[in-house]
Design a protein around this ligand. Structure first.
Ligand SMILES: Nc1ncnc2c1ncn2[C@@H]1O[C@H](COP(=O)(O)OP(=O)(O)O)[C@@H](O)[C@H]1O
Ligand SMILES: Nc1ccn([C@H]2C[C@H](O)[C@@H](COP(=O)(O)OP(=O)(O)O)O2)c(=O)n1
Length: 226
């Protein structure tokens, strides 16, 4: 039997809209690879922090951008991320990395390096891939077969995030999230933005299962050539 041509799905949106959970589930159901591009930006940020790079100095960040080797494992049921061979899946989720990732990912040398890595991972995914982030539909994979832009109210997103982070209150989580979205949306190089041809899905009133079903249906329609 002929295998289907690889399908490339781009899922973008701000923090807490459900990109990671939706992307992993869609990729698992459809037998596709999965790439969490936020984890790559977090990984390079972790390396900068661990190596004493001054996060307030874009020139210092730019000069170091080519140094760490970042490797992403793309199995949606067990994605991995290493920096110079070290598993950093845990350390990249700390508050410190979260508070610094927007500054590091705004540096164009960092984006050029990570974008190239993302394109080569997508090109080598035999069955196709779901890639989630902020600039996938606009910049990384502008020819993706399907582009989704997830949104949700700041209140819903903060409630989801503070449910994950034990001991954090919804108010401060909401403030931090709004600040990070503003930084990610206003940077010069490939800001967080909805591609003109992306399908926008507001997940505020939807369950995760409903969002997954919606995206799976859209991929299947694309594959059927509708
Ligand atoms: N539609 C939804 N309804 C309720 N909770 C959700 C929904 N989508 C995701 N979540 C939960 O919200 C949290 C953040 O989701 P995640 O997929 O990590 O978002 P993102 O990747 O956009 O930051 C997770 O705990 C996830 O289970
Ligand atoms: N394609 C991407 C993905 C993430 N980033 C940056 C901006 C984001 O604030 C950080 C972290 O992304 P991540 O998806 O891990 O963030 P959340 O888990 O959704 O809060 O990385 C980016 O600039 N471009």
């Amino acid at each position: 039997m002929e295998s289907p041509t690889p399908v490339i799905v781009a899922i973008d949106g701000p923090s807490g809209t459900g990109k990671s959970s939706t992307s992993k589930a869609v990729a698992t159901q459809l037998g596709l690879s999965y790439l969490d591009t936020g984890a790559q930006y977090r990984a390079i940020t972790w390396w900068m922090v661990s190596n004493g790079i001054d996060i307030d100095d874009p020139a210092e960040i730019a000069a170091a951008a080519g140094k760490p080797e970042i490797v992403s494992g793309t199995d949606p049921q067990g994605p991995t991320i290493t920096v110079d061979g070290v598993d950093v899946a845990g350390p990249i989720r700390t508050q410190e990395v979260t508070s610094k990732v927007s500054a590091v990912s705004a540096v164009s040398e960092v984006r050029a390096r990570i974008t190239e890595l993302q394109r080569s991972i997508a090109a080598s995914a035999e069955q196709g891939i779901v890639v989630e982030g902020r600039d996938i539909g606009t910049t990384v994979l502008p020819d993706a077969d399907l582009k989704i832009f997830l949104t949700a109210s700041p209140e819903a997103r903060a409630a989801r995030r503070s449910g994950e982070l034990k001991g954090s209150d919804v108010h401060s989580t909401r403030e931090a999230l709004i600040k990070r979205d503003a930084a990610d949306s206003s940077r010069k190089t490939s800001p967080l933005a909805k591609a003109g041809d992306a399908v926008e899905v507001d997940t505020t009133e939807l369950t995760l299962a409903q969002v997954i079903e919606c995206v799976v249906t859209l991929v299947e329609e694309k594959r059927a050539g509708k």
